[in-house]
Design a protein around this ligand. Structure first.
Ligand SMILES: [Zn+2]
Length: 416
C-alpha cells in the first residue's frame, strides 16, 4: 500500500529540515522523501494526507524507561503490587507511549520477565505498543540501588531485583538475562536517589563485575547500559566497556574525555530529577530521595552542559515510572533538555537519530530516509520553534509504526 504525506515541514532526522516536502511510504517502509515537486508521487496512492503547515518527525525514541512502573510516588503502594498487575499496566503504558509519538523504547529493567513478554505480545500484534528493546532484570550489588529490599523489613517480598556479588555471579546473571531474551543488559554502577541507605556517589557493581557481565552481552552481539550517577561508578562502567551512561550526575573532565574516546552515549534522564525536585515530598516521595535529588540537580545540569559542549553523544531518555514521571508524558524531556542548553533541533535529534544509533538501529529507524521503517509522527505546529508542542496529545495528530496507523487524531486522507 502506498501512503503519501504532502506538503509538510519534514524533520528528516539526519540534521536536515525540508521546509515543505513530501514523504512517500510503501507498506512498512519509506519509499521517498524530498522537497515538494521533487518527489515522484506514485499513481494510485491509497492514502494521501495533506499535512501542509504541520511537521513530520521520525517516530520518537525513548532510550530509558521502565514500562512496568507507574510513576506512583508512594513507595509502599508500589512495593505491594503483584507482577501480573504490573504486566497489565505495562500494556496500558505501552499504548500511551506509542500514542504520544514514541515508536521505540528501551526498557531499563523490569520484574518477572514482563518486559520480555510484552515485547513479544506487541510483536505478535496482541496489544499495541512501541518497538521494544528489553533488559530483563537490572543487576545490582546487595544493598545497592537496584536492590529494592533496601530499607524494607525482611518479610517483604521483592520481584524486580537481582543482586549479584562477585564476578562469577555477575557473569551468570548476565547470561540468564540474555538467555531469557534481553536485548541489552542493565547494570547499576552507583547508588541512587530513590534507594534508601545508599548514595548517588556510592559505587555499585565493581569494574570487574561489570566487565564480566558486559563481556557476556558483547559475546552475543548485545549492548549494555548503566545506572551511573557518581564519578567513581561512571568511570568504572566506562572502563568496563559500557555503551551508555544513564543519569550521569557527576561527569568530570576525565570522564567526558573517556566518553568521547570510547564512543559512550549519555542518557541524562532530566525528567526523573525534575519531578522529584519540583514535587518535593508530595505524594509520599521519601524525604531522603528529595534531599538527594536536590543536592545533585545542579551538578547534573552542569554535567549536561559540559557534555553537550564537548560533543558527547546524547540520546533522549526519561526514566519514565520514577515519581510523577508518567508514561505518555515522555516528551517533557525534550523541553528539559532545551532548558538545559540544547536547541530544539538538538533535542529532537537526541530523540531520533541519536537514540537509533545508541540502540544499534540506525539502519532501520531514527530518520525519514528511503529504505527505513515507516515510523512517522505528524505534529500540529512546529517543534523546532517550540519543542513543548510535542507534549500536547491533541497536537500529535498521527502516529504510525512500520506503516500502520497507531493513532489518528483527526487527520483525514483521500486517495488520488
Ligand atoms: Zn531507570
Amino acid at each position: 500500500m502506498i501512503t503519501v504525506f504532502r506538503g509538510g515541514r519534514i524533520f528528516v532526522g539526519n540534521g536536515e529540515v525540508i521546509p515543505r516536502g513530501d514523504l512517500v511510504l510503501e507498506d512498512e517502509k519509506i519509499l521517498a522523501v524530498g522537497p515538494q515537486g521533487q518527489v515522484q508521487l506514485p499513481s494510485g496512492a491509497e492514502q494521501v494526507y495533506d499535512v501542509s503547515g504541520k511537521t513530520i518527525l521520525p517516530g520518537l525514541i525513548d532510550a530509558h524507561i521502565h514500562i512496568t512502573g507507574s510513576g506512583n510516588p508512594d513507595r509502599w503502594e508500589r512495593i505491594k503490587e503483584l507482577v501480573p498487575h504490573m504486566a497489565i499496566r505495562a500494556a496500558v503504558n505501552a499504548r500511551r507511549t506509542l500514542e504520544a509519538g514514541f515508536t521505540t523504547i528501551r526498557d531499563a529493567g523490569a520484574p518477572g520477565r514482563v518486559d520480555i513478554a510484552l515485547k513479544q505480545a506487541i510483536n505478535e500484534g496482541l496489544v499495541p505498543g512501541p518497538r521494544m528493546l528489553v533488559s530483563g532484570r537490572g543487576l545490582s550489588i546487595t544493598g545497592g540501588h537496584g536492590d529494592s529490599a533496601n530499607g524494607w523489613p525482611p518479610e517483604v517480598e521483592f520481584k524486580g531485583r537481582y543482586v549479584v556479588d562477585g564476578v562469577d555471579a555477575a557473569r551468570r546473571a548476565a547470561r540468564e538475562q540474555l538467555r531469557d531474551g534481553a536485548d541489552q543488559i542493565k547494570l547499576h554502577a552507583t547508588g541512587g536517589v530513590m534507594s534508601e541507605g545508599d548514595l548517588p556517589t556510592a559505587r555499585g557493581l565493581t569494574l570487574e563485575e561489570m566487565r564480566a557481565a558486559i563481556e557476556e552481552a558483547n559475546n552475543v552481539g548485545k549492548k549494555s547500559m548503566t545506572h551511573a550517577q557518581g564519578s567513581t561508578g561512571i568511570k568504572n562502567a566506562i572502563l568496563a566497556g559500557i555503551n551508555s551512561i544513564e543519569h550521569g550526575f557527576y561527569l568530570t573532565d576525565e570522564i567526558i574525555e573517556l566518553m568521547l574516546k570510547r564512543d559512550v552515549f549519555f542518557v541524562p534522564t532530566l525528567a526523573a530529577m525534575h519531578h522529584i525536585v519540583t514535587r518535593g515530598t508530595e505524594g509520599k516521595i521519601p524525604a531522603y530521595a528529595v534531599a538527594k535529588a536536590r543536592e545533585a540537580q545542579e551538578a547534573h545540569t552542569a554535567s549536561f552542559r559540559r557534555a553537550l559542549a564537548a560533543g558527547v553523544k546524547i540520546a533522549m531518555g526519561t526514566d519514565a515510572a520514577t515519581p510523577f514521571n508518567y508514561h505518555g508524558n515522555n516528551a517533557l524531556e525534550l523541553e528539559l533538555m532545551v532548558q538545559a542548553g540544547m536547541s530544539p533541533r538538538q533535542a529532537l535529534l537526541a530523540a531520533t537519530k541519536m537514540g537509533a544509533e545508541l540502540l544499534g538501529l540506525s539502519d532501520k529507524i531514527g530518520a525519514l530516509e528511503p529504505g527505513k521503517l515507516a515510523d512517522v509522527v505528524v505534529v500540529d505546529g512546529d517543534p523546532l520553534e517550540d519543542v513543548k508542542v510535542v507534549q500536547k496529545k491533541e497536537a500529535i495528530l498521527l502516529v504510525m509504526k512500520e506503516g500502520r496507523v497507531a493513532v489518528n487524531r483527526g487527520l483525514s486522507s483521500g486517495g488520488r
